[in-house]
Design a protein around this ligand. Structure first.
Ligand SMILES: [Fe+2]
Length: 406
C-alpha cells in the first residue's frame, strides 16, 4: 500500500466525514487536498510501481477498462483514489456518474469542456441537442481539476505525452446522475454502456456482408434504415458509415434516415461527418509520436476555429507567431509516397500538371496563402488556373486541416 495515497485518502475521509459526506462538497474538498500535497511533487513513481508489483497489501482493484491501465491506490466504501495511465489513449467526450477531482501526475493534456443544451431525449439511451465547446485548456503536470457528476462536467482529454498519468479522487457513485453519456458533436449524446443485443448482432452480420463485398449490402441497409426507430437506426448508421463512405453511398442512406425521422434527424449527417473527422485524427496518434505534432492533432480535433487554435498555440509557445508554428508543423508532416504528396489527409490534387519536384513547396505555400487569408496570390501560384487554385483549396477544406483554411 502506498503511504502517500493512504494518508491522502485518510485526510479526505476525515474532512468529508465532517461535512456529513455531502456530495456537493466533495469535488472542492478533493481538489483542495490534492493541491495541498500535490502528487506530482510528492509521489515517487518507481517506488509506487515497485510496491504495487510486490506488496500484497493492496486495495481491491476494479475490472474497469478506462485507463491503460487503471490502478486503485486507496479504497473506502464511499470513495476511492485511482491512477490512470495513458499510453496512446484519448478519451471520448464523456460525463460521469461520480464526482471528485483529477490531478495531472505526469505528462500534459489538452482538456476540452463542453455544454449540451436544447436537449431532446429520444430514449433513455440517446438524446439530441447541441454539443458545444465551452473551454479548451492546456493542463500541465501538477494541475488539479474538479469533476462534477452528470451534465455539469462534459469533457475530453487528449494526452500529449506517453505515458501520461492522472490521479483521480472520486466517489463510488452519485445516485441519479447516470447514465454516463458520451457525446458526438455537434448534436448527439448516447449511453455507451447500453447494449441492444439484437442491434449488436445485426451489426456483426452486416460486417460479414461488408467483408464478403455482398452486392445486397446497400439495398438491405436502405430498407433497414427506412424501417428502424431513431435509436437503433442511428446506431446502425454510425456503425456502417465508414464502409458506406468507401462505397460512396453514405448520402442516399442518410437521406432515407432524415426522411424517416424528420426534424429529430436534422443534426445527424453533420454529427457523423464530424465523427469521421475526429476518428481519423485520433487514429494518427498511433503513428505520430512527436509531442509537438500530437499537440497539433489535439488542437485539430477540439478547436472550433482557426483563431481558437492559434490562441492555444500562443499559450504553449509564447513569443512565437502561432501561424508560423503551425506552418512549421504542417511542413514537417508533409509526406511523399507512391500515392503522391499529402499532409495528413490533404492530398495534392491528382489531376494537377505541376511537376512532382515542385509540388511540396507549392502545396505548403498554398496552405499558407489560404490559412493567412492573404489578399494577393503568391508568385509561385500565379501560373495556376482558377480551377487549379480551387482544387488546392478543396484539398485542404475536405481534410483534417480544413479548420485552418476555412
Ligand atoms: Fe472524465
Amino acid at each position: 500500500m502506498n503511504t502517500f495515497f493512504q494518508e491522502l485518502g485518510n485526510t479526505i475521509l476525515e474532512r468529508w466525514k465532517r461535512e456529513n459526506f455531502s456530495l456537493e462538497k466533495f469535488p472542492e474538498l478533493a481538489r483542495a487536498a490534492l493541491d495541498e500535497r500535490p502528487p506530482a511533487k510528492k509521489v515517487k513513481l518507481p517506488a509506487l510501481m515497485y510496491d504495487f508489483l510486490l506488496g500484497e497489501d493492496q486495495p481491491a482493484q476494479t475490472d474497469s477498462e478506462f485507463g491503460e491501465p487503471e490502478i486503485v491506490v486507496y479504497s473506502h466504501p464511499r470513495f476511492y483514489i485511482q491512477l490512470l495511465f495513458w499510453m496512446e489513449g484519448t478519451t471520448a467526450i464523456h460525463q460521469h456518474e461520480f464526482s471528485g477531482a483529477f490531478h495531472v501526475l505526469r505528462g500534459s493534456s489538452i482538456h476540452a469542456h463542453y455544454d449540451f443544451d436544447k436537449v431532446k431525449p429520444v430514449t433513455p439511451h440517446i438524446r439530441v441537442g447541441n454539443v458545444r465547446l465551452k473551454e479548451m485548456e492546456l493542463l500541465e503536470t501538477g494541475r488539479t481539476v474538479p469533476i462534477m457528476s452528470g451534465q455539469q462536467t462534459i469533457h475530453s482529454l487528449f494526452h500529449l505525452d506517453s505515458p501520461s498519468i492522472t490521479v483521480v479522487v472520486r466517489t463510488q457513485h452519485d445516485p441519479g446522475t447516470g447514465p454516463q453519456f458520451n457525446y458526438m458533436p455537434p448534436h448527439v449524446g448516447f449511453d455507451p454502456h447500453y447494449s441492444d443485443k439484437l442491434t449488436m448482432r445485426r451489426k456483426q452480420l452486416l460486417d460479414i456482408l461488408e467483408r464478403t463485398e455482398d452486392a445486397g449490402y446497400v439495398p438491405l441497409l436502405l430498407e433497414m434504415i427506412a424501417d428502424l426507430d431513431f435509436e437503433r437506426g442511428f446506431s446502425i448508421l454510425h456503425h456502417c458509415m465508414g464502409y458506406l463512405q468507401q462505397l460512396n453511398q453514405s448520402e442516399p442512406v442518410l437521406r432515407v434516415f432524415e426522411k424517416k425521422h424528420g426534424a429529430l434527424a436534422g443534426g445527424v449527417a453533420a454529427t457523423l461527418k464530424e465523427d469521421a473527422r475526429r476518428s481519423y485524427i485520433k487514429s494518427l496518434r498511433t503513428t505520430i509520436f512527436e509531442p509537438e505534432h500530437r499537440f497539433f492533432l489535439a488542437l485539430l480535433i477540439n478547436a472550433p476555429t482557426r483563431d481558437d487554435l492559434f490562441a492555444l498555440v500562443g499559450q504553449r509557445f509564447p513569443g512565437e507567431s502561432p501561424a508560423d508554428v503551425v506552418l512549421r508543423w504542417v511542413g514537417e508532416l508533409a509526406e511523399v509516397s507512391e500515392e503522391g504528396l499529402a499532409i495528413l489527409d490533404a492530398s495534392f490534387p491528382r489531376n494537377s500538371v505541376v511537376e512532382i519536384d515542385a509540388q511540396p513547396a507549392l502545396f505548403l505555400r498554398a496552405f499558407q496563402y489560404f490559412m493567412k487569408r492573404e489578399k494577393k496570390l503568391p508568385a509561385v501560384m500565379r501560373g495556376l488556373t482558377a480551377a487549379d487554385v480551387k482544387d488546392l483549396k478543396a484539398a485542404f477544406a475536405g481534410s483534417a486541416l480544413g479548420l485552418l483554411t476555412a
